[in-house]
Ligand binder design. Structure first.
Ligand code: PLP
Length: 376
Protein backbone atom coordinates (compact mmCIF):
# COMPACT_ATOMS: atom_id res chain seq x y z
CA UNK A 1 0.00 0.00 0.00
CA UNK A 2 1.24 3.48 -0.82
CA UNK A 3 2.37 5.51 2.19
CA UNK A 4 2.46 9.21 1.39
CA UNK A 5 5.60 11.23 2.11
CA UNK A 6 9.04 9.79 2.81
CA UNK A 7 9.75 6.89 5.09
CA UNK A 8 11.82 8.04 8.09
CA UNK A 9 14.84 5.73 8.09
CA UNK A 10 16.26 6.46 11.53
CA UNK A 11 18.21 3.28 12.06
CA UNK A 12 21.95 3.87 12.54
CA UNK A 13 22.71 2.73 9.03
CA UNK A 14 22.12 2.11 6.26
CA UNK A 15 21.23 5.79 6.20
CA UNK A 16 19.24 8.05 3.89
CA UNK A 17 20.89 8.26 0.48
CA UNK A 18 20.79 11.87 -0.80
CA UNK A 19 19.00 12.42 -4.10
CA UNK A 20 22.26 13.70 -5.58
CA UNK A 21 23.93 10.39 -4.80
CA UNK A 22 21.00 8.38 -6.15
CA UNK A 23 21.18 10.35 -9.40
CA UNK A 24 24.93 9.86 -9.62
CA UNK A 25 24.52 6.09 -9.28
CA UNK A 26 21.82 6.10 -11.96
CA UNK A 27 24.19 6.33 -14.91
CA UNK A 28 25.32 3.92 -17.63
CA UNK A 29 28.04 1.53 -16.60
CA UNK A 30 31.38 2.16 -18.28
CA UNK A 31 34.27 -0.14 -19.17
CA UNK A 32 36.09 -0.84 -15.92
CA UNK A 33 39.34 -1.16 -17.87
CA UNK A 34 38.89 2.06 -19.84
CA UNK A 35 40.27 5.61 -19.44
CA UNK A 36 37.07 7.17 -18.02
CA UNK A 37 37.08 4.56 -15.31
CA UNK A 38 40.71 5.26 -14.40
CA UNK A 39 39.81 8.87 -13.74
CA UNK A 40 36.90 7.83 -11.52
CA UNK A 41 39.10 5.36 -9.65
CA UNK A 42 41.85 7.88 -8.96
CA UNK A 43 39.33 10.51 -7.90
CA UNK A 44 37.55 8.32 -5.34
CA UNK A 45 40.82 6.97 -3.94
CA UNK A 46 42.07 10.51 -3.46
CA UNK A 47 38.78 11.62 -1.90
CA UNK A 48 38.77 8.70 0.51
CA UNK A 49 42.28 9.57 1.72
CA UNK A 50 40.87 12.96 2.66
CA UNK A 51 37.88 11.41 4.46
CA UNK A 52 40.10 9.01 6.46
CA UNK A 53 42.71 11.68 7.16
CA UNK A 54 45.56 9.77 5.58
CA UNK A 55 48.27 10.16 2.97
CA UNK A 56 48.59 6.39 2.68
CA UNK A 57 46.64 3.88 0.61
CA UNK A 58 42.94 3.21 1.07
CA UNK A 59 41.79 -0.14 -0.27
CA UNK A 60 38.20 -0.34 -1.54
CA UNK A 61 36.34 -3.66 -1.53
CA UNK A 62 33.00 -4.36 -3.20
CA UNK A 63 31.79 -5.88 0.07
CA UNK A 64 29.88 -4.92 3.19
CA UNK A 65 31.87 -3.85 6.24
CA UNK A 66 32.35 -7.41 7.44
CA UNK A 67 34.57 -8.09 4.42
CA UNK A 68 36.84 -5.18 5.31
CA UNK A 69 37.03 -6.48 8.91
CA UNK A 70 38.35 -9.76 7.54
CA UNK A 71 40.73 -7.95 5.19
CA UNK A 72 42.22 -5.98 8.09
CA UNK A 73 42.97 -9.20 9.96
CA UNK A 74 44.20 -11.48 7.19
CA UNK A 75 46.53 -8.88 5.71
CA UNK A 76 48.35 -8.10 8.94
CA UNK A 77 48.38 -11.18 11.17
CA UNK A 78 49.48 -14.82 11.29
CA UNK A 79 47.83 -17.95 12.73
CA UNK A 80 48.02 -18.01 16.54
CA UNK A 81 48.88 -14.32 16.86
CA UNK A 82 47.72 -12.72 20.08
CA UNK A 83 45.43 -9.69 19.83
CA UNK A 84 43.58 -7.58 22.39
CA UNK A 85 39.93 -6.69 21.80
CA UNK A 86 37.53 -4.75 24.02
CA UNK A 87 33.92 -5.82 24.58
CA UNK A 88 32.16 -2.57 23.74
CA UNK A 89 29.02 -4.22 22.33
CA UNK A 90 27.57 -6.44 19.62
CA UNK A 91 29.92 -5.44 16.80
CA UNK A 92 33.07 -5.76 18.89
CA UNK A 93 31.80 -9.23 19.83
CA UNK A 94 31.26 -10.21 16.20
CA UNK A 95 34.73 -8.98 15.25
CA UNK A 96 36.24 -10.97 18.07
CA UNK A 97 34.39 -14.10 16.92
CA UNK A 98 35.74 -13.57 13.42
CA UNK A 99 39.29 -13.19 14.76
CA UNK A 100 38.95 -16.46 16.66
CA UNK A 101 37.52 -18.29 13.65
CA UNK A 102 40.51 -17.07 11.65
CA UNK A 103 42.83 -18.65 14.21
CA UNK A 104 43.93 -15.72 16.38
CA UNK A 105 44.23 -15.82 20.16
CA UNK A 106 42.01 -13.02 21.45
CA UNK A 107 42.55 -11.45 24.85
CA UNK A 108 38.99 -10.27 25.49
CA UNK A 109 38.58 -7.30 27.81
CA UNK A 110 35.03 -7.76 29.06
CA UNK A 111 32.73 -4.76 29.25
CA UNK A 112 29.19 -3.76 30.20
CA UNK A 113 28.15 -2.46 26.75
CA UNK A 114 27.83 1.05 28.24
CA UNK A 115 31.47 2.09 27.99
CA UNK A 116 34.05 2.39 25.24
CA UNK A 117 37.40 0.63 25.09
CA UNK A 118 39.47 1.51 28.16
CA UNK A 119 42.97 2.78 27.26
CA UNK A 120 44.17 1.86 30.78
CA UNK A 121 42.93 -1.73 30.59
CA UNK A 122 44.44 -2.14 27.13
CA UNK A 123 47.79 -0.86 28.42
CA UNK A 124 47.60 -3.33 31.32
CA UNK A 125 46.88 -6.24 28.97
CA UNK A 126 49.82 -5.52 26.65
CA UNK A 127 52.69 -7.97 26.75
CA UNK A 128 55.51 -8.84 24.35
CA UNK A 129 53.36 -11.36 22.47
CA UNK A 130 50.55 -8.96 21.57
CA UNK A 131 50.54 -8.31 17.81
CA UNK A 132 47.48 -6.09 17.47
CA UNK A 133 44.78 -4.19 19.33
CA UNK A 134 41.31 -4.15 17.79
CA UNK A 135 38.85 -1.38 18.69
CA UNK A 136 35.43 -0.43 17.36
CA UNK A 137 35.47 3.37 17.24
CA UNK A 138 31.72 3.91 17.26
CA UNK A 139 29.88 0.90 18.68
CA UNK A 140 26.67 1.02 16.65
CA UNK A 141 24.88 -1.34 19.02
CA UNK A 142 25.28 0.99 22.02
CA UNK A 143 25.93 4.56 20.85
CA UNK A 144 29.29 4.64 22.63
CA UNK A 145 32.36 6.11 20.92
CA UNK A 146 35.80 4.95 22.03
CA UNK A 147 38.64 7.45 22.40
CA UNK A 148 41.04 6.24 19.74
CA UNK A 149 43.76 8.87 20.29
CA UNK A 150 43.86 7.85 23.98
CA UNK A 151 44.03 4.17 23.06
CA UNK A 152 46.95 4.93 20.74
CA UNK A 153 48.70 6.88 23.50
CA UNK A 154 48.20 3.93 25.87
CA UNK A 155 50.10 1.69 23.43
CA UNK A 156 53.18 3.92 23.79
CA UNK A 157 56.17 2.37 22.04
CA UNK A 158 54.67 -1.11 21.94
CA UNK A 159 54.92 -2.46 18.36
CA UNK A 160 51.34 -3.83 18.28
CA UNK A 161 49.23 -2.71 15.34
CA UNK A 162 46.11 -0.68 16.06
CA UNK A 163 43.10 -1.85 14.02
CA UNK A 164 40.03 0.37 14.25
CA UNK A 165 36.49 -0.13 12.95
CA UNK A 166 34.95 3.19 11.84
CA UNK A 167 32.04 1.67 9.97
CA UNK A 168 29.52 3.89 11.78
CA UNK A 169 31.75 6.88 12.49
CA UNK A 170 33.49 7.66 9.20
CA UNK A 171 32.02 10.87 7.81
CA UNK A 172 30.06 11.64 10.97
CA UNK A 173 32.40 11.61 13.97
CA UNK A 174 35.88 13.18 14.06
CA UNK A 175 38.45 10.63 12.91
CA UNK A 176 42.10 10.98 11.87
CA UNK A 177 43.88 7.86 10.64
CA UNK A 178 47.40 9.34 10.29
CA UNK A 179 47.35 11.85 13.12
CA UNK A 180 46.13 9.27 15.63
CA UNK A 181 48.61 6.66 14.48
CA UNK A 182 46.08 4.03 13.46
CA UNK A 183 47.43 1.14 11.37
CA UNK A 184 44.31 -0.20 9.70
CA UNK A 185 41.03 1.70 9.66
CA UNK A 186 38.00 -0.25 8.52
CA UNK A 187 35.13 1.74 6.98
CA UNK A 188 31.87 1.12 5.17
CA UNK A 189 29.74 2.96 2.64
CA UNK A 190 26.27 2.82 4.15
CA UNK A 191 26.43 5.17 7.12
CA UNK A 192 28.21 8.53 7.27
CA UNK A 193 29.13 8.22 3.61
CA UNK A 194 25.41 8.20 2.71
CA UNK A 195 25.69 5.39 0.14
CA UNK A 196 23.94 2.07 -0.15
CA UNK A 197 25.72 -0.87 1.48
CA UNK A 198 28.21 -2.63 -0.77
CA UNK A 199 31.55 -0.85 -0.44
CA UNK A 200 33.99 -1.14 2.42
CA UNK A 201 37.48 0.14 3.05
CA UNK A 202 40.86 -0.40 4.67
CA UNK A 203 43.03 2.66 5.25
CA UNK A 204 46.54 1.28 5.67
CA UNK A 205 49.59 2.69 7.47
CA UNK A 206 53.22 2.10 6.43
CA UNK A 207 53.61 -0.14 9.47
CA UNK A 208 50.58 -2.21 8.47
CA UNK A 209 51.88 -2.52 4.90
CA UNK A 210 55.17 -3.75 6.18
CA UNK A 211 53.43 -6.21 8.57
CA UNK A 212 51.46 -7.52 5.61
CA UNK A 213 54.68 -8.74 3.97
CA UNK A 214 55.24 -11.25 6.79
CA UNK A 215 51.63 -11.96 7.77
CA UNK A 216 50.75 -15.54 6.91
CA UNK A 217 47.01 -15.88 7.42
CA UNK A 218 45.62 -17.26 4.14
CA UNK A 219 44.28 -14.55 1.87
CA UNK A 220 43.53 -14.16 -1.79
CA UNK A 221 40.59 -11.92 -2.65
CA UNK A 222 41.31 -9.64 0.33
CA UNK A 223 45.03 -9.33 -0.39
CA UNK A 224 46.00 -5.64 -0.39
CA UNK A 225 49.01 -6.09 -2.64
CA UNK A 226 47.43 -6.65 -6.09
CA UNK A 227 44.73 -4.10 -5.33
CA UNK A 228 47.16 -1.36 -4.32
CA UNK A 229 49.27 -2.15 -7.38
CA UNK A 230 46.27 -1.87 -9.75
CA UNK A 231 45.05 1.27 -7.94
CA UNK A 232 48.18 3.13 -9.05
CA UNK A 233 46.55 3.53 -12.45
CA UNK A 234 43.00 3.85 -11.06
CA UNK A 235 41.94 0.24 -11.63
CA UNK A 236 41.10 -2.89 -9.62
CA UNK A 237 42.20 -6.47 -10.28
CA UNK A 238 38.54 -7.55 -10.57
CA UNK A 239 35.25 -6.09 -11.79
CA UNK A 240 34.57 -2.90 -9.90
CA UNK A 241 31.26 -1.80 -8.41
CA UNK A 242 31.27 1.09 -10.89
CA UNK A 243 27.87 2.54 -10.06
CA UNK A 244 28.60 2.59 -6.34
CA UNK A 245 31.86 4.38 -7.14
CA UNK A 246 29.86 7.03 -9.03
CA UNK A 247 27.84 7.42 -5.83
CA UNK A 248 30.99 7.54 -3.73
CA UNK A 249 32.43 10.33 -5.89
CA UNK A 250 29.25 12.35 -5.36
CA UNK A 251 29.13 11.62 -1.61
CA UNK A 252 32.71 12.84 -1.23
CA UNK A 253 31.81 16.00 -3.19
CA UNK A 254 28.90 16.59 -0.78
CA UNK A 255 31.18 16.14 2.25
CA UNK A 256 33.72 18.53 0.72
CA UNK A 257 31.03 21.17 0.17
CA UNK A 258 29.91 21.05 3.80
CA UNK A 259 33.43 20.57 5.18
CA UNK A 260 34.29 17.67 7.48
CA UNK A 261 34.47 19.86 10.59
CA UNK A 262 30.96 21.15 9.91
CA UNK A 263 29.76 17.61 9.30
CA UNK A 264 31.14 16.50 12.67
CA UNK A 265 29.68 19.56 14.44
CA UNK A 266 26.24 18.94 12.89
CA UNK A 267 26.26 15.36 14.11
CA UNK A 268 27.37 16.38 17.61
CA UNK A 269 24.58 18.99 17.76
CA UNK A 270 21.95 16.49 16.70
CA UNK A 271 23.24 14.04 19.29
CA UNK A 272 23.03 16.74 22.00
CA UNK A 273 19.46 17.61 20.99
CA UNK A 274 18.53 13.92 21.06
CA UNK A 275 19.97 13.49 24.55
CA UNK A 276 17.96 16.55 25.67
CA UNK A 277 14.84 14.80 24.36
CA UNK A 278 15.71 11.58 26.19
CA UNK A 279 16.11 13.54 29.40
CA UNK A 280 12.79 15.29 28.81
CA UNK A 281 11.09 11.94 28.34
CA UNK A 282 12.50 10.87 31.70
CA UNK A 283 14.44 8.03 30.07
CA UNK A 284 18.12 7.11 30.20
CA UNK A 285 20.81 7.11 27.52
CA UNK A 286 22.78 3.84 27.45
CA UNK A 287 26.18 5.59 27.20
CA UNK A 288 27.28 6.78 30.62
CA UNK A 289 30.55 8.64 30.05
CA UNK A 290 29.98 11.97 28.34
CA UNK A 291 33.40 11.74 26.67
CA UNK A 292 32.01 8.71 24.85
CA UNK A 293 28.60 9.98 23.71
CA UNK A 294 28.14 9.09 20.06
CA UNK A 295 27.46 11.77 17.46
CA UNK A 296 25.99 9.17 15.11
CA UNK A 297 23.27 7.54 17.17
CA UNK A 298 21.70 7.54 20.61
CA UNK A 299 20.65 4.33 22.36
CA UNK A 300 17.83 4.73 24.87
CA UNK A 301 17.13 2.26 27.66
CA UNK A 302 13.56 0.99 27.59
CA UNK A 303 12.30 -2.40 28.64
CA UNK A 304 9.85 -3.54 25.94
CA UNK A 305 11.36 -1.27 23.29
CA UNK A 306 10.37 -3.58 20.41
CA UNK A 307 6.68 -2.80 20.92
CA UNK A 308 7.40 0.94 20.79
CA UNK A 309 9.36 0.48 17.57
CA UNK A 310 6.48 -1.54 16.14
CA UNK A 311 3.95 1.19 16.99
CA UNK A 312 6.19 3.90 15.53
CA UNK A 313 6.68 2.00 12.28
CA UNK A 314 2.99 1.26 11.92
CA UNK A 315 1.65 4.70 12.85
CA UNK A 316 4.36 7.04 11.65
CA UNK A 317 6.27 5.08 9.00
CA UNK A 318 9.56 5.49 10.87
CA UNK A 319 12.20 2.79 11.46
CA UNK A 320 14.32 2.93 14.60
CA UNK A 321 17.23 0.66 15.50
CA UNK A 322 16.47 -2.41 17.63
CA UNK A 323 18.48 -3.63 20.59
CA UNK A 324 21.07 -6.12 19.30
CA UNK A 325 22.43 -9.21 21.01
CA UNK A 326 21.94 -9.10 24.75
CA UNK A 327 20.24 -5.68 24.49
CA UNK A 328 17.31 -7.09 22.49
CA UNK A 329 14.05 -5.41 23.59
CA UNK A 330 16.03 -3.45 26.23
CA UNK A 331 16.91 -0.38 24.16
CA UNK A 332 15.93 1.42 21.00
CA UNK A 333 18.45 3.30 18.89
CA UNK A 334 17.84 6.62 17.17
CA UNK A 335 20.14 7.05 14.18
CA UNK A 336 20.97 10.70 13.50
CA UNK A 337 23.77 10.32 10.99
CA UNK A 338 24.38 10.89 7.34
CA UNK A 339 22.18 13.12 5.19
CA UNK A 340 20.16 14.59 8.05
CA UNK A 341 19.05 18.05 9.19
CA UNK A 342 17.38 19.86 12.08
CA UNK A 343 13.79 19.43 10.92
CA UNK A 344 14.33 15.75 10.15
CA UNK A 345 15.53 15.36 13.73
CA UNK A 346 12.55 17.35 15.03
CA UNK A 347 10.23 15.02 13.09
CA UNK A 348 12.10 11.97 14.32
CA UNK A 349 11.90 12.99 17.97
CA UNK A 350 8.21 13.91 17.62
CA UNK A 351 7.52 10.48 16.20
CA UNK A 352 9.41 8.79 19.02
CA UNK A 353 7.55 10.83 21.65
CA UNK A 354 4.13 10.06 20.16
CA UNK A 355 5.05 6.40 19.77
CA UNK A 356 6.18 6.12 23.40
CA UNK A 357 2.91 7.64 24.56
CA UNK A 358 0.77 5.51 22.27
CA UNK A 359 2.56 2.39 23.51
CA UNK A 360 1.53 3.31 27.03
CA UNK A 361 4.73 4.88 28.40
CA UNK A 362 4.16 7.85 30.65
CA UNK A 363 6.88 10.10 29.27
CA UNK A 364 7.36 13.84 29.63
CA UNK A 365 7.99 16.34 26.84
CA UNK A 366 11.35 15.72 25.21
CA UNK A 367 10.66 17.54 21.96
CA UNK A 368 10.64 21.07 23.42
CA UNK A 369 14.06 20.76 25.11
CA UNK A 370 15.46 19.25 21.91
CA UNK A 371 14.13 22.15 19.85
CA UNK A 372 15.81 24.54 22.29
CA UNK A 373 19.15 22.85 21.55
CA UNK A 374 18.48 23.07 17.83
CA UNK A 375 17.69 26.79 18.07
CA UNK A 376 21.07 27.54 19.62
N1 PLP B 1 31.02 -2.75 12.55
C1 PLP B 1 30.12 -1.83 12.89
C2 PLP B 1 30.47 -0.79 13.91
C3 PLP B 1 28.86 -1.83 12.31
O1 PLP B 1 27.94 -0.89 12.64
C4 PLP B 1 28.54 -2.83 11.34
C5 PLP B 1 27.21 -2.87 10.72
O2 PLP B 1 26.30 -2.18 11.09
C6 PLP B 1 29.52 -3.76 11.02
C7 PLP B 1 30.74 -3.69 11.63
C8 PLP B 1 29.26 -4.83 10.02
O3 PLP B 1 29.20 -4.25 8.76
P1 PLP B 1 28.33 -4.85 7.56
O4 PLP B 1 26.97 -5.13 8.12
O5 PLP B 1 28.35 -3.75 6.54
O6 PLP B 1 29.01 -6.08 7.09
Amino acid sequence: MHRPGRHFLQIPGPTNVPDRVLRAIDAPTIDHRGPDFAQLGLEVLDGLRWVFGTEGPVVIYPASGTGAWEAAIVNTLSPGDKVIASETGHFATLWREMAERLGLEVVWLEGDWRHGASPERIADALDDDVRAVMVVHNETSTGVTSRIADVRAALGDHPALLLVDTISSLGSIDYRHDEWGVDVTVGGSQKGLMLPAGLSFNAVSEKALSASRDASLPRSYWDWKPIIAANEAGFWPYTSATNLLYGLREAIAILREEGLDNVFARHARHAAATRAAVQGWGLEVLAVDEREFSGALTAVLLDGSDEVRRVILERFDMSLGAGLGKLKDQIFRIGHLGDFNDLMLAGTLSGVQMGLQLAGHDVGDGVTPALEVLKQ
